[in-house]
Design a protein around this ligand. Sequence first.
Ligand code: GLY
Length: 352
Amino acid sequence: MISVTVNTSKPYDVYIGADILSSIGKQARSLGNVSKVCVVSESNVYPLYGSSVEAFLESSGFDVVRFVFPAGEASKNGDTFLRLLDYLSQCGLTRTDLIVALGGGVVGDLAGFAAATFLRGIQLIQVPTTLLAAVDSSVGGKTAIDLPSGKNLAGAFYQPSMVICDIECLNSLPPSLFEDGCAETIKYGILYDRSLFSHLEENGLVFDREAVIGRCVELKRDVVCEDEFDTASRMRLNLGHTIGHGVAACSHFTMSHGRSVAVGIAVISRAAMRKGLLSAEECHRIESILNAFGLPTETTFTPQELIPFILSDKKRSGNTVKLIIPRKIGQCDILPIPVQDLEEWIQVGIAK
Ligand code: GLY
């Protein structure tokens, strides 16, 4: 097992390993005066792990309740959020009690926002069950729900009290969902770590899960400790996300987050290469690794179709969009560009 301590305003540990879910009762005991635990999960994940997690918690003496909502991004809304808050209140959870977020990014974001706001903040253990949640959303304290006008528009920075990532949970993922998480994993290699990138290149989909997730969490820990509230260097984590968001929105979110990010990474890498900021060889390695992981690198959407969605995203600031530009594998720059230059950047990156 690997453990990574995240020294944010509220420090916490992230545990990554095989068959560690059974320790959740003992781990939750270490959080102090917890009496009641609400397990928050969704309809695909709860049947797989819900009753085991509850049994582990109950055997450590906790009074356990559960809130299970229909799987999918469509549930990450104000209605589910308010129903969850009301349920926590009806069950009598108090300020020293605990939410366990059991699932992928949707569960973590929604349960995290509920933990941040119920009684002005109760404790939270993130139990990521997807690769994407393991390497990204369960660590760093971003919590949110979607509004009718856009994704993740209401939320809070709220660090969990602990993250327990049992890599055995990844075995139940459909291959396409695992590949989605690989896009974020590859992203860390491009941003910060050439040897992580090479390990992924050499091993493909059978990479060492514990080691790779552990390394991604260490990298995210470093970013989040430097810029917890996402005002500067944390923006690098948006590599591929600005254009990726446009691709996902243009597809009416039929293209997954991971696949859209893969397209975004490829487009911005090609644009960087054609503008002389990234070598052709490194750009080729980036495109090749994405393809090797079953991820797309091209889009048929035009810049004119993509731009309205990109500009409505919360990553814009005034008349400037900050693009994350790969300079070489392991190093990316933040480049503020005027909104009027965006079309040309995307055009250059989309061109075959
Ligand atoms: N998911 C990007 C971040 O945590 O900043």
